[in-house]
Write a protein that binds this ligand. Structure first.
Ligand code: CMP
Length: 144
């Protein structure tokens, strides 16, 4: 089934100039970028996006990290995109992420794990709606 997922390169990916390399992983796999926005996330949006973690001890530092510098928000589309992207991204803790995954190759710390990807169709829909208006998402065919 063709799905859309919300993917966000976090401030450390932008600061470390990894945006191009990471974007290539999704394109090389055959997924389609349908929306991209480099944006400074404010505290309110960070708290809403990560609302399910509000009670966790790491929540304040997560919000501080996400609002520390711009992030690259994206919508990526493709066959089984949500699961496929989670596989490309790797485990939340980069030390447990397989080598060859984005977190496995580029990160060392759960608190600086460089990328977020929706974990279910329900969160994809919610997160896409938080970051993008309908008219910012492109509908186009790749012509080979
Ligand atoms: P993400 O996939 O964006 O979803 C929730 C985020 O919370 C996660 O990536 C990490 O950045 C962060 N997170 C989860 N667990 C921890 C933890 N134990 N310590 C610090 N940050 C965490």
């Amino acid at each position: 089934m063709i799905q859309k997922s919300f993917v966000m390169m976090k401030p450390d990916a932008v600061q470390r100039r990894l945006m191009g390399k990471i974007l290539s992983r999704f394109e090389d796999k055959g997924l389609q970028i349908v929306a991209v926005k480099l944006m400074q996330i404010d505290e309110e949006l960070a708290k809403t996006h990560y609302g399910e973690h509000a009670d966790k001890p790491f929540f304040p530092s997560l919000v501080e990290y996400i609002t520390s510098s711009p992030s690259l928000a994206m919508v990526i589309e493709g066959e089984e995109a949500i699961t496929t992207i989670r596989k490309l991204v790797g485990a939340t803790n980069p030390l447990e992420a397989d080598l060859g995954t984005i977190r496995g190759d580029f990160a060392m710390d759960t608190g600086r794990n460089i990328i977020h990807a929706s974990d279910s169709p329900a969160s994809a829909e919610r997160e896409i709606g938080l970051f993008f208006n309908e008219d910012e998402i492109c509908d186009y065919q790749i012509v080979d």
